[in-house]
Write a protein of this length. Structure first.
Length: 118
C-alpha cells in the first residue's frame, strides 16, 4: 500500500516562499516518477511539476517555471517543492502523486493548502 503525506502548506504573502514536502511509504519510492499537482477553488486539478525517478530530469508548468523547484531525496523517500516568488494565483490545494507501472499518476496524497495573500 502506497501512502503519500504532504506537509509544509500555509498562509504566505505575495512574494514569499514555501517548501512543500511529501513523505512516501514503501521501499519502491526511487523506482517511480513523482509529481506535484494543484487544484484551486472552482478549477480542475492541474500539473505543476514532475521529476524522473533518478531526479535527473524535471518538468514544470509554464505558470511556475523559474519560480518553483521540484526535487527528491530517494534515501529519505521524500519529494519536495520549493516555491518562491509566490503569487495570489498560486493559491490552491497542492497534491503529490506517484506514477504506477503504467506510467500514469496512480497514487495521490491528501493535499496541503497553500494560500497566498496579496
Amino acid at each position: 500500500q502506497v501512502q503519500l503525506v504532504e506537509s509544509g502548506g500555509g498562509l504566505v504573502q505575495a512574494g514569499g516562499s514555501l517548501r512543500l514536502s511529501c513523505a512516501a511509504s514503501g521501499r519502491t519510492f526511487s523506482a517511480f516518477d513523482m509529481g506535484w499537482f494543484r487544484q484551486a477553488p472552482g478549477k480542475e486539478r492541474e500539473f505543476v511539476a514532475g521529476i524522473r525517478r533518478s531526479g535527473g530530469a524535471t518538468y514544470y508548468a509554464d505558470s511556475v517555471k523559474g519560480r518553483f523547484t521540484i526535487s527528491r531525496d530517494n534515501a529519505k523517500n521524500t519529494l519536495y517543492l520549493q516555491m518562491n516568488s509566490l503569487k495570489p494565483e498560486d493559491t490552491a490545494v497542492y497534491y503529490c502523486a506517484r506514477t504506477g507501472i503504467s506510467g500514469a499518476y496512480d497514487y495521490w496524497g491528501q493535499g496541503t493548502q497553500v494560500t497566498v495573500s496579496s
